[in-house]
Design a protein around this ligand. Structure first.
Ligand SMILES: NC(=O)c1ccc[n+]([C@@H]2O[C@H](COP(=O)([O-])OP(=O)(O)OC[C@H]3O[C@@H](n4cnc5c(N)ncnc54)[C@H](O)[C@@H]3O)[C@@H](O)[C@H]2O)c1
Length: 374
């Protein structure tokens, strides 16, 4: 009998717990150990796993073949490097790091160790995103020309208690919500030039976080294709959607439970962002709950992910587990495991950050040394 793959959970909060559930459901997978300085108990009890007192102890364990890093963002770099050096495969939550340089090092260390490095970029698994990419590959949109991604909401005051609102640990909105930037580049390829304006316009009270709460970005792709992104928590009219324009048609992906539409000459197709009406409705309910104040939607260790996200994590963990067991990964997910999605997301995020700081357009190659390949 083949021994099960043993997983170690590093960070067992909102997402770590959900990822552990996804992995535990895979045939031939076992949650062996948990390291979390504050919240190891729930996951350890649920899966009969050992609580390790330190990361080093977890990484030294023979029954841990792979780790899931779902700790606060600013901790990922050191933890992933240590895991790879201990010979463990790695699944790393997004953003995998807070800079291109750190992400690049993590990927290189995993490669040198012969370890899998898998970036947990969830939009890749959304059913509607997959349908959109299929339609684009079929040529229904002609040549892609422009993508607009909007992720804007209002968060009330006093959220600074959470690490998710402290830039040094979260990276701020752009890094913490790297999803749309990743999606845009999965459609158009790596951006070549980046411009961002913005800042903290509405969160200056005691107890607020310190991140920029309003960001408007322009991306160029070799001067031939373009994208515009808006992010932030200073917007009382919440919007969340991605609009993909081509020479022959367009697709709108609704992220508020409002579904997706493909329009080409003489044809309209409606489809869901998620796998079922129930998952789509759970997305709509998620947004209704955060309509007045989206800070109520921060995941915390004692909350569970909504149905739509659990569905994505099931598929994501299935991919990761299968990659470890068989070495196989479907082509549509390859960018998550060859380093390219993580590298291009972080390189462009760094270029945008530099652009905002220095009030200029930045060549992405300036921060990546021109090494981004997708
Ligand atoms: N893919 C998604 O849609 C999605 C959604 C939410 C969060 N995330 C990502 O998942 C990761 C975790 O976020 P979360 O929402 O679960 O946050 P969380 O605050 O609920 O959980 C983080 C956990 O990490 C633990 N922790 C703190 N220091 C640690 C250390 N040194 N080593 C190990 N664990 C430590 C905390 O005690 C806590 O239990 C983040 O990278 C976040 O960006 C992804």
């Amino acid at each position: 009998m083949v021994a099960p793959v043993g997983y170690g959970i590093v960070g067992a909060g909102y997402l770590g717990k959900a990822l552990a559930r996804g992995l535990a459901a895979q045939p031939g997978a076992r949650i062996s150990a948990v390291f979390d300085p504050a919240n190891a108990q729930t996951v350890a009890l649920e899966f009969g796993a050992r609580i390790e007192p330190t990361l080093e102890a977890l990484l030294a364990a023979d029954d841990v073949d792979a780790v899931v890093v779902a700790s606060p963002n600013g901790l990922h770099h050191a933890q992933v490097v240590a895991a790879a050096q201990a010979g463990k495969h790695v699944f790393c939550e997004k953003p995998v790091a807070l800079s291109y340089r750190d992400a690049d090092e993590m990927i290189r260390v995993c490669e040198a160790a012969g370890a899998v490095f898998f970036a947990g970029h969830v939009t890749t698994y959304m059913a509607g995103v997959r349908r959109a990419k299929e339609a684009i590959a079929e040529g229904l949109l002609g040549e892609l020309t422009f993508v607009r991604a909007v992720r804007t909401t209002w968060e009330g005051h006093g959220g600074g208690y959470s690490w998710k609102k402290q830039t040094a640990m979260s990276g701020g909105h752009l890094y913490h919500h790297i999803h749309e930037l990743d999606l845009v580049q999965s459609l158009l390829g790596p951006a070549t030039r980046a411009t961002m304006v913005g800042g903290n316009v509405a969160h200056h009270r005691a107890g607020d976080g310190d991140e920029a709460d309003m960001m408007a970005m322009l991306l160029e792709f070799d001067g031939a294709r373009f994208a515009a992104l808006e992010y932030g928590s200073a917007f009382h009219w919440p919007e969340h959607h991605v609009l993909i324009q081509g020479t022959e048609g367009a697709i709108r992906l609704g992220f508020q439970g409002d579904g997706c539409t493909l329009r080409t000459q003489g044809r309209v197709e409606q489809f869901l962002l998620h796998r079922s009406v129930e998952e789509e409705e759970s997305r709509a309910a998620f947004y209704r709950a955060g309509d007045e104040d989206a800070s109520s939607l921060f995941g915390t260790p004692d909350t569970d992910v909504p149905l739509w996200l659990a569905g994505i994590l099931d598929e994501e963990t299935e991919s990761f587990h299968r990659l470890i067991v068989t070495g196989q990964l479907d082509d549509e997910f390859a960018a998550l495991a060859d380093g390219s999605a993580a590298r291009s997301a972080l390189a462009t995020a760094d270029a945008l950050t530099l652009s905002m700081r220095e009030h200029r357009t930045v060549d992405v190659a300036e921060v990546s040394g021109g090494h981004v390949v997708r």
